[in-house]
Design a protein around this ligand. Structure first.
Ligand code: URA
Length: 234
């Protein structure tokens, strides 16, 4: 793509600002100053502005430890959204959350610029497993394990078979393959439990990096990205 367009896409400034920057020799590609704003450059090429390296990749997939109280949305006029937790470049390159976690759900949220990857990960047809740790107000009963496995009947649909592992009296690990609105909370409510906390541990082959603190993100490594794409046959 054109060098000036790439810099603008990376959120470094307007197209005309970038043209000025390039013309004054501030931008180097592969270590060579480029003074032509229309020069062709591959996103991902080694790029430096005023001697400072700039990550020039416009395709990125990251994991975020979504904290409590933050909205899963690209933007919101009032509330803080998950995009506010990412450096601004992620908004510029069009990174979007993959699916949705409730405002008060914490844990693993993927965000990507790859629309096809996102689409496949949330497609019901792919039945990607998602695992949640839930704490509830009333004690789990052993027979609920079978009820989850059979498919719980909710007011407007029957949930697909899911897995409940009772971790302790008030804590359960639930794995589902669908992602309807308030899915896990509603499944728990169907068994008479109110959800106190809900935390996503896993999406398909990816588990939340234990090194991440709430609100922190990191790029997926090559192995993780490959595993994720394999899971959705990309
Ligand atoms: N199920 C829910 O009920 N809420 C979430 O945030 C995710 C799954």
């Amino acid at each position: 793509m054109r060098l000036d367009a790439l810099l603008t896409r990376l959120g470094l400034g307007s197209r005309s600002e970038m043209q000025k920057l390039i013309r004054r020799g501030a931008v180097a590609v592969d270590g060579t100053p480029i003074r032509d704003p229309g020069a062709a450059v591959l996103p991902g090429a080694p790029l430096a502005v005023d001697g400072h390296p700039v990550d020039s990749r416009i395709e990125r997939t990251v994991m975020l430890y979504k904290p409590d109280g933050v909205l899963t949305a690209a933007r919101d006029p009032k509330a803080k959204t998950v995009m506010d937790l990412l450096p601004p470049v992620y908004t510029s390159i069009g990174c979007m959350p993959v699916g949705r976690l409730d405002k008060d759900t914490t844990g693993l949220l993927l965000l990507t610029t790859d629309g096809e990857l996102a689409h496949r990960l949330i497609s019901p047809r792919r039945a990607i497993e998602k695992t949640y740790l839930a704490t509830v107000d009333t004690a789990f009963r052993p027979e609920e394990v079978a009820a989850f496995a059979e498919g719980l009947t909710l007011s407007d649909f029957t949930a697909l078979p899911a897995t409940l592992e009772i971790v302790d009296a008030h804590t359960g690990r639930i794995t589902v393959t669908e992602g309807k609105y308030h899915q896990v909370r509603r499944m728990l409510a169907a068994c008479g439990h109110q959800t106190l906390t809900l935390h996503r541990e896993r999406v398909g082959p990816l588990t939340l990096d234990p090194a991440l603190e709430p609100g922190q993100m990191r790029a997926l490594n090559e192995n993780e990205l490959t595993a994720l794409k394999q899971a959705v046959e990309l």
